[in-house]
Design a protein around this ligand. Sequence first.
Ligand code: PLP
Length: 433
Amino acid sequence: MANRPGDGTRLDPWYGSYAERTHGLKVSETRALFAVANRPEVVSLAGGMPFLDALPMDLIAKVTADLIATEGAVALQYGGGQGHPRLRAQITEVMEQESIQAHPDDVVVTTGSQQAIDLVTRIFIDPGDVILAESPSYVGALSAFKSYQAWVEHIPMDADGLIPEALRQTIKRLRKAGKRIKFLYTIPCFHNPAGVSLSLERRAEVLDICRSAGVLVVEDNPYGMLAFDGSVLPAIRSMDQDGIIYLGSFSKTLAPGYRTGWALAPHAVREKLVLASEAAILCPSHVAQLSIAAYLENCDWLGQINVYRQIYRERCDAMTTSLAEHMAECSWTNPRGGFYTWVTVPEGINTKAMLPRATTELVAYVSGVAFFADGQGSRQMRLSFCYPTPERIREGVRRLSGVLARETELVALFGPQGDGAGEAVRNPAPDIT
Ligand SMILES: Cc1ncc(COP(=O)(O)O)c(C=O)c1O
């Protein structure tokens, strides 16, 4: 018999009708805080938004206007489910920067790499299947994994990224317990949120471990090109084709508003991804794809990435020097690219509990608990240096150090707050991803 509104609650008459997986989707408690964090007087070290003022807007306006004038009827039409062949060919050229050799037929254009994460999870995960992920990991991926009822097993990292021996032991332990491991999800470059990169030697080792254990690797690499010194590391995908799905994005190297990313996958997997994508969205935005194609053809896209690198390097310097000056009691990672540093605060401080006080003092960050599926992270926070100017970053860290000092006094007086245990991953607000 069909469910009726009566199966629900007063607030949501359809509560009793939702699929089981929907109950795992909860609004982030920090969403409300982020509404506050976006006020201009707050220095937000929280969001992962690229600094779009650095884009050549006039040029982009011109190539986009030309596109509509000359090819408008095509650009504004539906397109193929796999993505436009012109852009797929250009994407293979972009990936050459990371030493990847690929054929456009194996590229699937997606609505941001977030959709690629969703599609990969959708085609591989049954409830209870295991996904291996770094500890910590990207909040948007954890959220997608959770929505498909995957079990996420975190693997420790250090300054050189994922620790291969820990990966080996975890696979062994899980297999012994009869678990079905579906893939390793890894962010090898300028990790979100950890800020570190997987060393070259470890890339080969991680690949080797996964290959011999028959574990698929999902390499999510939106920041790889944003090495401050321009030394782009070869992707793991450059070392193997069959056991890897590579995910890329134009969000960080161009602009997230296009919502355009891609997956590069072995043939059979690619076919499944296309079918799943068609079922979800029919086709990725044609006008966004052709606008990016026109940008790549007519603008100095590598020069633009260099501009971004300089800006982010300067901001990262401002962040780490201010941390050294004001928050020496903490430790943090030293990024060589990307958007984020990962800060560990002194014992007894709970970054989730401290966040409302920080926003009252007009500074915002993301508490570490958002980046774990299992309630860890209450002594960590992610600080982003991509969006605020160096002056604002310095001011933000100065404010944060004041919050931390008062919190330390409170802890000394009243003892530590709860450790945030039991805090599962929540759906992130779009501006904290
Ligand atoms: C590691 C990682 N993967 C994927 C994404 C999603 O990016 P996109 O805008 O391409 O969907 C982000 C965004 O912050 C990210 O940090």
